[in-house]
Design a binder for this molecule. Structure first.
Ligand code: TRP
Length: 333
């Protein structure tokens, strides 16, 4: 039978050490999606340079991010895994899409506003067109579904607008993608400011737990996690963000319901909550870390996986780009 599976595209930036938020909120779902969809997963290193990066660190982190994908259970036999900058079609489509995006549309993006406030000394035009590059990633592969966190929904909306505009102007070219917000999959918050999403680029390293953190580091960061002075363990994310976040991490790592998770801590204090959460986080991460260490020390295997993924991604990207250049009149036929 023909391949009738829907296609999924998603990407993660290699701009820091991936956190348990990336794992519990995204990567773990990516692994599950592999059986029901044709999945394409990308290390989006070109998005990373919208903020200043150390070249050697960026190069290393792109490989490490790929090794983490593999260690988490993303399989190069089932999915296409590749590195964005290896496929020049991303920049080609990006330019065409930039010429079909209005200033006002890009100006409305809340992530642009946030990031320009945080990097006031480097508000570059790449930061401004970041969502257009993201749209190009998605449209280039004709993706049906894009699994993203809630913070990226606005970018998917823009992608859909650009897609529809292009198809209307030049004729049917791109598949109209939809956001895919998984039913399971937790939104993990900062351990220091639990009103904010846990982020790998947080300046305070105590705010996040990395997938590759050693057990003693995990224990220490959780001991320092912000709670409150109520002293009772209950799930109430609006008013008791810190304690609720610890419960979410517990539920996500154990697969238990929130009701059951709260019951598990009945009559206990914050100290034992933090210890138990540390235990389940360590248990969740240690098999991934072992696998990561194996893969990162096998450079030959890692480059073979990347080469193979690049080759498959390139075939799809070239097909779309030929179509786009023809529609726009940039080819010479
Ligand atoms: N902007 C996304 C994020 O920060 C990363 C990303 C880039 C992406 N290109 C993408 C996600 C394409 C999904 C699809 O999370």
């Amino acid at each position: 039978m023909e391949n009738t599976k829907k296609r999924i595209f998603s990407g993660i930036q290699p701009s820091g050490n991936l956190t348990i938020g990336n794992y519990l909120g995204a990567l773990r779902n990516w692994v599950q999606l592999q059986d029901d969809y044709e999945c394409i997963y990308c290390v989006v290193n070109m998005h990373a340079i919208t903020v200043r990066q150390d070249p050697a660190v960026l190069r290393r982190r792109s490989l490490e991010t790929m090794a983490i994908f593999l260690a988490c259970g993303i399989s190069p036999e089932k999915s296409i895994l590749f590195i964005q900058s290896h496929i020049p079609e991303h920049t080609m489509l990006n330019w065409v899409m930039c010429c079909n995006t209005y200033m006002g549309e890009a100006q409305r993006m809340t992530q642009f506003k946030d990031k320009s406030a945080r990097h006031a000394d480097n508000i570059n035009t790449g930061l401004f067109t970041y969502p257009v590059l993201m749209a190009s990633d998605i449209l280039l592969y004709q993706a049906d579904l894009v699994p993203v966190g809630a913070d990226q929904k606005q970018h998917i909306e823009l992608t859909r607008d650009l897609c529809t505009r292009f198809n209307n102007t030049y004729g049917e070219t791109f598949v109209l993608p939809e956001p895919y917000i998984p039913k399971i999959g937790a939104r993990i918050m900062s351990l220091q400011e639990p009103q904010k999403t846990m982020s790998k680029s947080d300046p305070n390293p105590n705010a996040f737990i990395c997938i590759l953190d050693e057990p003693d580091v995990i224990v220490r960061k959780l001991k320092r996690a912000v709670t409150d002075s109520e002293g009772v363990i209950a799930y109430d994310p609006d008013n008791r963000a810190g304690v609720s976040n610890l419960l979410s991490i517990y539920a996500a790592c154990t697969g238990k319901s929130m009701d059951q998770s709260v019951k598990d801590f009945e009559g206990q204090g914050y100290g034992s909550l933090k210890n138990t959460v540390a235990d389940v986080v360590v248990d969740t991460l240690s098999p991934i870390q072992a696998e990561y260490n194996r893969i990162i020390s096998d450079k030959e295997y890692l480059s073979k996986v990347i080469e193979e993924g690049d080759r498959k991604a390139s075939a799809i990207a070239q097909r779309t780009m030929r179509k786009v250049y023809h529609k726009v009149g940039l080819d010479s036929k």
